[in-house]
Each structure stands twice: as structure tokens, then as C-alpha cells.
Design a protein around this ligand. Structure first.
Ligand code: ANZ
Ligand code: ZN
Length: 889
């Protein structure tokens, strides 16, 4: 055994052993020593994008995952922790444009580097199940599932609206539209309709919503709430306003009915305008002979398609000069076209109630439309010049200015107005959903080719299954002017599967969310060439624990849920929800420093490049760049990111201190679900702890190695108080650690193990003169428990010490060692813990039997190591039986 903690050597040795013995490879239906089936546990981290190297967020995610699975393995579970690569997507294309290497080469290089880093972190991954989204062996099944879904009517073709760059003549992703302009050409981006494929996720709206509360009880509330909002069930009234508008042929336009959807029928008497979307057929009709309106519609078409962009857009509108009739008052109501009415929600048209809807309020104010208050509250005064949130409240509110409905509360008014509308057959209750079908076509190169062929006679024709996979050419280098597949003759040219004539292969590829919607299922059957999943799926699924960032709360996790349900309905599996338990780990934060440069932009600096000066006479700190002494500003703590230049490269930490230090710090610094503040001194503290652990084991190696007595029962009564006390503390702490492991409060597992090590340390120093067999036995027992509590967090050092100190001889390798049992005898309440104080200050504690006399306690306190140095100055000793001893000096 080496005298000093050599993290490099220890981690290399352990990792080499683990890899060459394929320690983490798992098989289904594994049995325990008694021949019984072990329960299974499938825990998985969200699939990383191979961007180049691991960042701290990855490291945190995988460390939590790794700790959990190592613990579960010791608890007797058959554990699967797999890993894969979300290897398709835009960044690879952007890198290719910049550095002229193919996305394939760039991606594969990154994967091999990041995999090395994962190995260096000592993750207990079953690499035999590795999945890579850009491997034909994987994406073939994307294509196969796509065709199945087409067969089952879950995939359909329709037009989609995309961002069109008129100069580069290409479709842009939302990220490529910057302030409404193309990122490369700078041209104003237009919206265009092109054909594309959709998945009918909306068929599952009701079930996706329902199951959130009935089947996902172990998901964070926050995620469930976000999904609920995203699905957006809304119950309201769908009715129409009558009108006399004629179409080009002189017939009543849409039968003289303008349909609207409202969740507030109680405000019907407050309608002062109606509004339609710029994409509404009526808008198109009026634009035909009105250039001003046509220009307005054209203007609305510019800008991105991103929802966040639409939401923050300035509210604009134009009066069409047309009117509809109010269903109750029969007054004329003007129709406006306005940019905040969405075509793909409700009817694409609304009744405007400026007094009680905030968007309508601002719109009406801007265009001088009448604002008519119809809802009032006691003690509140309505002010037309300013929006107030109570205007939209229905609680304790009542109707005014509403004729026969005056005085009714909102609920009764809703009912009354609904009765009127339904009796007159002008509308009915309706449920609207915010969720839209999932558009999966991307006009990009680096993705799964959509397995369709476009034939001039037969249209879009699916490829037969035996032609899969449609291979994506890997040698193309995009130049930024659109999808290179479009220019690849070899790829495009093919025969129509239906008529046999020359046809063109589809050049759109699939949204990369397709890859991540079901990859975790494939981990169960990764090598099956003949089917997408097999029997092994039933053994492992549903996933017991999923771990990843909250940024995936909606899209990825909703798509994954949908995908599972769709596969179920196609008869491929029998499962309603794929993921039992979800943990969203918190972000990693760090200090941020910046300065304005000459061009007025913000320039960020890494804390490594900064020196801090503390002004002696005040609290003010100053920050300077080390290289030239110039001042920078401290911006506080924020999420580690490239853009803020405040990242810490995990590799640097691993090289300098080792993976165990990095892991220990990350686990200790914060509970898994909370944010974690990076701290240099925290890293150093973790490193010191490992050195101390090593040192204590090293110094006592002889006692530990030579100790083979382990029949606790019959010698328990022979132990001295010190030994009993250590065991009492040890098992009390084990109880605490068990509790924290169960509730995934991992940071306090570390503090508990720090306490255990301190207890062991003071035990050793107290028993200096008393190193008999019992001493060694208790020491060995305690260190054995400590190593196992720590092993899931810091597997390398503990694996090594376990062997060096001979624990493996009786208990096997620590990886499969049984989780320590609490010795209930040691924590029985016949022992009482007495606290020792000197002048009221806590100095330590010891254990006495519950029936010890005051004299006994006094005597033991005097002998306590922390009191010995005061022996000569003791003035008084106060004993509170069963609690504490205070020594006054
Ligand atoms: C009148 C009204 C009065 C409304 C009031 C709200 C408050 P949720 O809850 O999200 O379903 N709306 C209907 N269709 C729309 C569309 N295509 N684009 C934009 N807005 C639309 O929202 C329903 C409400 O959003 C509807 O109720 C309608 O405005 C508006 F005091 O009708 B409301
Ligand atoms: Zn054909």
C-alpha cells in the first residue's frame, strides 16, 4: 500500500480493472447468491449531444446517476446504466461550415473524446449497449417506426410554415433567424408554406394530460405543471357572429358566420370589436382588392415563427371596414385584422373585450377602440387609461352595463349567456387544446433521412421495409447555402417503389427529437438487427429513474411519453408511460466577470484570469485582469456557460485532483435538485478529505489487515465505553445515511461520512494505549462501513482501499459487496450520549449506560480528551443527567 494518496495511479488501476473485466456489463434475469431473481433497476441520464467535451452540467448529471446505480447494485438490484449519443443536429453542420470537415467526422471525433472523459470519471456504464443516433443501426429504426406510424395514420403529410431566406433560397431553423433576418444573408426572413410530415400527438392530448397526475406521481411537480400548460386544455364557448359579407362569387362568405372561441362568455356584452388572424380566409378575401390591407398582411408574414417571438411582437392591426352583428344587442361590430390572433388556435378569430382582456385592452387603446366595462368589483374603480389585473378576475365580481345580466356573478352570467347562445343555436361549449401536432420534417442534412420517395405520378410514396435503412451520405460538407442533400444526385435519384419510374428521394430529415424520443428503449435491445425492441424491453422497462435538465421538461419528455403511447397503440409494447421517476438536477453556477469593450459589446472573463483586491478600509472589492491589471466588473453568480466565459473544464479538475475529488465536491456542494455553486476551495476541501481517509487507512493498515475476528455478538459486551461509543455513532450515522440515500439527498450522505471519519479519528487517538483485538475489530468494522457508504460517490479510492485492507477477502469486491446492516444492539437506548462542554462551549461527547450515576458521568467527563488539558483549572462541574456535563474553568 502506498503511503500517500496517488489519485492518478489509483484511478487508472481501478478503471483498467473495471474495463478489462467488463464489470458493469449486465444481463437480464440476474440472480443473487440464493438463486433468486434480483429486482431490476434501470437508471438513465439524458442522452448527451456530442458537442466536443463534457461540461460541468454533464459531470453533475452522470455523477448523480452513477452514485445512485452503484448504491442500488449494493442493495441487491440488477442495475442498468447505459449511455448514448444524440449525434444528429445542427451544431455539427455549423462546425462543418466553419472548419470544412464533415459533420460525421466532427461528431465521431467528439464522441470518442467524450467517451474517454466518461471513462476517466469512472462511470459504471454498460458500454456494450452504447447507442449513437447517427449510426444506421439506430436510425434505421427511426425510419421503420416512421413507416409504421404512417401505416397507422399517426404520421401525415401537410403543409408547414417555415422561415424562408429569399437570398440564400433556403429554409432556416429558428435559431438561424436573428431579429427577423437570415443569419448568413441578412435578408428579411419570410414565412413560407412547404409540404412536410406531422405526428398526430394531438390524438393523445387528453391521455397525456390525464396521466400526468395519475401515473407520474414521482415526477417533479414543476415538470408536470409545465407539461400541463403546454398541452393547454381550455374549456369555453364556440359561437358565431352573423354577417352579410359576400365572397368573390356573391355568396355569403362562410355562410354568413364568423366563429370565435372564448373562455369568457360572461363578457359578451363588453365586446367592442372582433378580430381575425392575418392568415384567416376573410383577411385574404379583403386583401384582394385593398392594397393597404394586402401590405399589412405581407408585413405580418415577416419575422420568425418562434412562439416567443410572436408573443413579444408589437400588437398591430388594421380595420377591415366590415362588420358583424352582436348576437344579443344586434349592434354592428367592426372586424379588425390583428397580429396577435393566431390562425392555429380556436377559430383564428376572436371577440374583442378590451375592458377585461389585457391584449385587447392595449390594442384598443392604441387604435382608439371603445373600452366598455362589464365586470365590476366592490371598492374597485375602473380606469380606461391603465390596465389593472383585477379587470380580468372573476372572483367576487359581478356584471354591469349588461342589460338583463346586470348584477349576476361571473359563473351565473356564463351559464345564462350560454343558455341564450345554445337555445338560439349559435354556438356550443367546446374544449380547445394548445398542443399542436408535431412537425418532424427538417430541411437539414445531418439527421435521419425520411424514408419517402417523391414520384411525379404517384406522389409521396413510402419505401418498403426491406429497403431500410435509407443511408445518409456521410461525406457531404454543408456550405451554409441550404441542405446539401438537395445537391447530391446519388442520394436523390431512385425508382418509385409504386410505379418503378424515375423518382426523387425525400431530402428532408427528421427532427432530432425523434431520436431522443425512444433511444432509452433501444438500450434494452441494442443489438437486435431484426426488430426495434425485443423481450428484454419487458424486463427493463419502464425506466425506474431518469435524470436530466429541466430544460427538457416539455418537448423531449412530452415527445417521449407520446412515442411510448403511439408504440403501444401500434401493438409494439404494452406500457402507458415509459419513465417512472424523474429527477431534474440543478444548474451549475459560477462567478461571472465582464467589461464593455470599445465597440460597446460585453466581454466576459474567466475567473482564472482575474485577481481580486480587497480594499482595507472598506468592504469594496476590486477585480483586475491578471494579464494587464485593467479593471473588470463582477456580475455575481450565474449559470456556467460558454457565452459568459465562466465555465470550468472538468478535465482540468480531473487531471489535477482526480475524478473522485470532482465527484465528491459535486455531490457534497448541494442537493441534486438545487443549483450548485462552483468553488475552488470546495474542490480543495474534497481533495483533503480523500487524503485524510487514505492516511487513516494507511496508518492503521496493520491492525486492519491482521484483524479477522468478526463475531460481534459474543464480544459486544466486552467492549469498553470508547469502543461502544464509536459503534453507537457509526450505526446512528449509517441510519442517517440510509435515509438520505433513499430520499436522494446525497449531499448529506457526504457530511455524514465526514462525521464518521472524524469519529474514527478521535476513537483512534483515545484508544492510543489500548490497541487490543477489540480495538482492531471495531476499527475494521467502522472503516468497512464508511468505505461502503462512500463507495457510490468515490468509487476509485474506496475500491482500492477495500482491497488494500483485505475486506475483499471476506466480503468480495466492493462493487458487489452487500450494503452494511445496522447493528441494532449498538444503537440501543441503553446507551445515552452525553455532551461535554467547557464553559458552555461544545467540546465533544461520550456514551454512558443509561443507568450511570452522576459520579460515573463526572468521572468519565474528566477523562474525556477534550477536558484533559483543563484538568488543573477546573472550578466546578455541572451534570445534567442524561444530557450534558458542563465544566467551568
Ligand atoms: C373574450 C375574452 C374576454 C377572452 C376576456 C379572454 C378574457 P385560452 O385560455 O388560452 O384558451 N383567443 C381565442 N382564440 C384566439 C386566437 N386564435 N388567438 C389569440 N387569442 C385567442 O384563451 C382563450 C381566450 O383567448 C379567448 O377568450 C379569446 O379571448 C382568446 F375578458 O374571449 B377571450
Ligand atoms: Zn410512381
Amino acid at each position: 500500500m502506498k503511503e500517500y494518496y496517488d489519485h492518478n495511479l489509483i484511478e487508472k488501476t481501478a478503471q483498467t480493472y473495471w474495463e478489462s473485466n467488463r464489470i458493469y456489463k449486465v444481463e437480464e434475469y440476474a440472480k443473487n447468491a440464493d438463486g433468486n431473481l434480483k429486482p431490476k433497476f434501470f437508471a438513465c441520464s439524458m442522452l448527451p449531444y456530442p458537442s466536443g467535451k463534457l461540461h460541468m452540467g454533464h459531470v453533475r448529471n452522470y455523477t448523480i446517476n452513477d452514485m445512485m446505480t452503484r448504491y442500488m447494485r449494493m442493495k441487491g438490484f440488477n442495475v442498468l446504466m447505459p449511455m448514448g449519443w444524440d449525434a444528429f443536429g445542427m451544431p455539427a453542420e455549423n462546425a462543418a461550415i466553419k472548419s470544412k470537415i464533415s459533420p460525421s467526422e466532427w461528431t465521431r471525433n467528439n464522441i470518442s473524446y467524450m467517451k474517454k472523459q466518461m471513462l476517466a470519471m469512472g462511470l459504471a456504464i454498460d458500454w456494450s449497449r452504447e447507442i449513437c443516433a447517427c449510426d444506421p443501426a439506430y436510425y434505421k429504426w427511426n425510419q421503420w417506426l416512421f413507416l409504421k406510424m404512417l401505416e397507422h395514420g399517426i404520421v401525415y403529410r401537410d403543409t408547414q410554415i417555415v422561415n424562408w431566406d429569399p437570398v440564400d433560397k433556403t429554409v432556416l431553423a429558428n435559431e438561424q433567424v436573428i431579429n427577423g433576418c437570415g443569419w448568413r444573408s441578412g435578408a428579411i426572413v419570410e414565412k413560407r408554406e412547404i409540404p412536410g410530415y406531422y405526428l398526430r400527438i394531438t390524438n393523445y392530448s387528453e391521455e397525456l394530460l390525464e396521466d400526468l397526475n395519475s401515473k407520474l406521481k414521482e415526477w417533479p411537480d414543476q415538470v408536470r405543471l409545465m407539461q400541463e400548460k403546454w398541452i393547454g386544455k381550455s374549456e369555453g364557448l364556440d359561437f358565431y357572429f352573423e354577417h352579410q359579407i359576400l365572397d368573390a362569387n356573391g355568396n355569403l362568405f362562410q355562410n354568413g358566420k364568423l366563429h370565435v372561441f372564448t373562455t369568457r362568455p360572461d363578457t359578451l356584452m363588453g365586446v367592442t370589436f372582433c378580430a381575425i388572424s392575418y392568415e384567416h380566409p376573410l383577411a385574404k378575401l379583403v386583401a384582394e382588392n385593398n392594397t393597404e390591407i394586402k401590405e399589412f398582411l405581407d408585413h405580418c408574414k415577416t419575422g420568425g415563427t418562434k412562439e416567443s417571438e410572436l408573443a413579444t411582437k408589437e400588437r398591430l392591426g388594421i380595420d377591415t371596414g366590415l362588420v358583424v352583428t352582436h348576437p344579443i344587442t344586434k349592434e354592428n361590430i367592426t372586424i379588425w385584422i390583428c397580429n396577435y390572433v393566431l390562425m392555429n388556435y380556436g377559430n383564428g378569430s376572436i371577440m374583442g373585450v378590451p375592458a377585461h382582456d389585457e391584449r385587447d385592452f392595449h390594442f384598443a387603446k392604441k387604435y382608439g377602440i371603445d373600452i366598455k366595462q362589464v365586470i365590476a368589483k366592490k371598492g374597485k374603480i375602473f380606469d380606461k387609461t391603465q390596465w389593472n389585473d383585477w379587470y380580468k378576475d372573476t372572483d367576487n365580481a359581478y356584471l354591469i352595463n349588461s342589460g338583463k345580466y346586470d348584477g349576476l356573478d361571473c359563473v351565473s352570467a356564463k351559464n345564462e349567456i350560454f343558455s341564450y347562445i345554445s337555445e338560439n343555436k349559435i354556438g356550443k361549449n367546446k374544449t380547445m387544446w394548445r398542443l399542436r401536432d408535431w412537425s418532424v420534417s427538417r430541411q437539414r442534412y445531418w439527421g435521419t433521412p425520411i424514408p419517402m420517395v417523391n414520384c411525379s405520378t404517384c406522389g409521396a410514396v413510402p419505401l418498403p421495409e426491406e429497403n431500410l435503412p435509407v443511408l445518409l451520405p456521410e461525406n457531404l460538407i454543408p456550405d451554409g447555402s441550404g441542405n446539401p442533400l438537395k445537391k447530391d444526385e446519388v442520394f436523390i435519384k431512385c425508382k418509385c417503389p409504386k410505379c418503378g419510374n424515375e423518382a426523387q428521394r425525400e431530402t428532408d430529415t427528421m427532427d432530432t427529437f425523434v431520436d431522443s424520443s425512444w433511444y432509452f428503449m433501444r438500450y434494452t435491445s441494442p443489438d437486435n438487427k431484426n426488430s426495434v425492441i425485443d423481450n428484454r424491453f419487458n424486463y427493463w422497462m419502464p425506466m425506474d429513474q431518469y435524470i436530466g435538465g429541466i430544460e427538457h421538461a416539455v418537448l423531449h419528455l412530452l415527445y417521449a411519453r407520446f412515442w411510448c403511447k403511439a408504440m403501444r397503440d401500434m401493438g409494439l409494447l404494452q406500457l402507458d408511460e415509459p419513465i417512472k421517476k424523474l429527477l431534474c438536477q440543478g444548474m451549475v453556477l459560477n462567478h461571472t466577470y465582464s467589461r464593455r469593450n470599445n465597440l460597446g459589446g460585453l466581454e466576459y472573463f474567466n475567473s482564472n484570469d482575474i485577481e481580486t483586491y480587497q480594499n482595507e478600509n472598506s468592504d469594496i472589492k476590486e477585480y483586475k485582469l491578471i494579464k494587464d491589471g485593467s479593471y473588470v466588473e463582477y456580475n455575481g453568480i450565474s449559470t456556467m456557460s460558454k457565452s459568459k466565459n465562466n465555465g470550468v473544464d472538468p478535465q482540468v479538475i480531473i487531471d489535477k485532483f482526480g475524478a473522485d475529488t470532482a465527484r465528491l465536491f459535486i455531490i457534497f456542494a448541494s442537493p441534486p435538485e438545487q443549483t450548485l455553486e462552483w468553488s475552488e476551495s470546495g474542490i480543495e476541501g474534497a481533495y483533503r478529505y480523500l487524503k485524510k481517509l487514505w492516511k487513516i487507512c494507511y496508518t492503521n493498515r496493520d491492525s486492519l489487515l491482521n484483524q479477522n475476528k468478526n463475531n460481534k455478538e459474543d464480544i459486544f459486551c466486552q467492549l469498553n465505553d470508547n469502543q461502544k461509543f464509536l459503534r453507537f455513532n457509526l450505526y446512528s450515522n449509517l441510519i442517517k445515511a440510509n435515509y438520505d440515500y433513499k430520499r436522494v439527498q446525497y449531499n448529506t450522505v457526504v457530511s455524514t461520512s465526514m462525521k464518521i471519519l472524524n469519529d474514527i479519528e478521535s476513537f483512534i487517538s483515545r484508544e492510543k494505549l489500548n490497541k487490543n483485538e477489540n480495538y482492531s475489530m471495531v476499527l475494521k468494522e467502522s472503516i468497512g462501513v464508511l468505505l461502503r457508504i462512500l463507495y457510490p460517490i468515490i468509487p476509485h479510492i474506496t475500491w482500492n482501499l477495500w482491497r488494500e485492507l483485505g475486506y475483499n477477502l471476506t466480503m468480495g469486491d466492493i462493487i458487489e459487496a452487500e450494503w452494511p446492516e445496522v447493528d441494532q444492539n449498538a444503537v440501543l437506548s441503553e446507551n445515552t450520549k452525553i455532551i461535554v462542554q467547557v464553559n458552555g462551549k461544545l467540546r465533544g461527547s461520550f456514551l454512558v449506560s443509561s443507568d450511570a450515576s452522576e459520579e460515573d458521568i463526572k468521572e468519565m467527563a474528566m477523562k474525556h480528551e477534550s477536558v484533559l488539558k483543563f484538568s488543573d483549572n477546573i472550578k466546578r462541574i455541572i451534570v445534567v443527567p442524561g444530557k450534558l456535563v458542563n465544566i467551568v474553568v
